[in-house]
Ligand binder design. Sequence first.
Ligand SMILES: Cc1cc2nc3c(=O)[nH]c(=O)nc-3n(C[C@H](O)[C@H](O)[C@H](O)COP(=O)(O)OP(=O)(O)OC[C@H]3O[C@@H](n4cnc5c(N)ncnc54)[C@H](O)[C@@H]3O)c2cc1C
Length: 329
Amino acid sequence: MVCAPHPEEFGGLGMDWVTHLLLWEEVAVVSLDLAMPALINVVGADLLINNAPEHIRDEYVPGLLSGEKFIAVGISEPDVGSDVAAVKTRAVRDGNDWVLNGEKTWISNGEHMDLFVCTCKTGEGELTHIAIPAGTPGMEVRGIPKMALNSQSTSQIFLADVRVPIANTVGSIGDGLKNTLVTFERARCHMAAWGYSLGRRALEESIKYSQERTQHGKQIAGHQLIAEKIATMATQIDAARLLTLRAGDMIDKGIRCDVECSMAKWYGTEIGVNTTRQAVQIHGGNGVTKEFVVERLAREAIIGPIPDGTTEIQKLLIARMLTGVQAFR
Ligand SMILES: Cc1cc2nc3c(=O)[nH]c(=O)nc-3n(C[C@H](O)[C@H](O)[C@H](O)COP(=O)(O)OP(=O)(O)OC[C@H]3O[C@@H](n4cnc5c(N)ncnc54)[C@H](O)[C@@H]3O)c2cc1C
């Protein structure tokens, strides 16, 4: 599954992104804890295949695609979230090496990673991706407990005089922001699928429960206010999936699709929150117990609108791309 959308020469299956997203949905419906590390490996491998020097690509990509290795990609910092261009972690040249200092936070796969691709400031207004193998002296990783998805690692990464060869630069010096935007397109499609996959599971559970549970002498599915919830959930999930597959199709055709990915990301993750919340409501008191899976789905869904650009940021990006008017500064 992880290797589906990558070229066969690197150990992938050479599948299109649309098929990959459909496969990824099937994993996410069962376990986001499994799907999340795969998401990071998929987009991280893509970043390496398209930009990394041969020695990094050949050492890590096959393992990432087989699931034997893990990658982490770090932009966010304690003071840098939505404002990606404000990265403070610095990489300074020293002979044939980069010397890195700074702190990254919220980094997925951090505790299990074999390779960390760190977005660093290498000059005024200049961001560069630098690959740091796990275990490099000066790099420390600490896990962050979350409200859900705790089998999947989210971490702080501290960098104190971390030294790696200049040859570990991923892409050209100064291309960090540009390459991040391409990575975001792929990641945002997965985040959209995160939302509607949880929604789909919530819907399946709600249909079953509403057929089995009776109140006021009939199945609750027969109460019109419950039927309305089921119909709305189903329609929102389909709409989110179609937005996402359109974006995936554009990626397959080599067309830049920032607007389409942003639309899919905010809509997919927000309907993930709405639909799982309605599923809890349909389950009544049972919905807040650990006995029914909708409780977990609702906790997982609430995380979705935050990573890879919050809902607010996606809306600002869409409007900026449509109007040409800068929303941020
Ligand atoms: C589970 C998880 C996994 C993550 N994985 C990674 C990872 O692997 N790598 C990585 O680099 N990062 C990762 N992140 C970080 C994630 O990308 C950031 O949390 C996200 O970009 C938001 O940044 P922030 O948390 O600093 O919030 P802030 O940027 O501080 O935003 C706080 C609030 O203000 C709003 N806001 C900010 N700016 C504006 C504005 N201009 N207009 C209107 N509203 C605004 C936001 O929408 C949000 O509601 C992860 C986060 C989570 C929760």
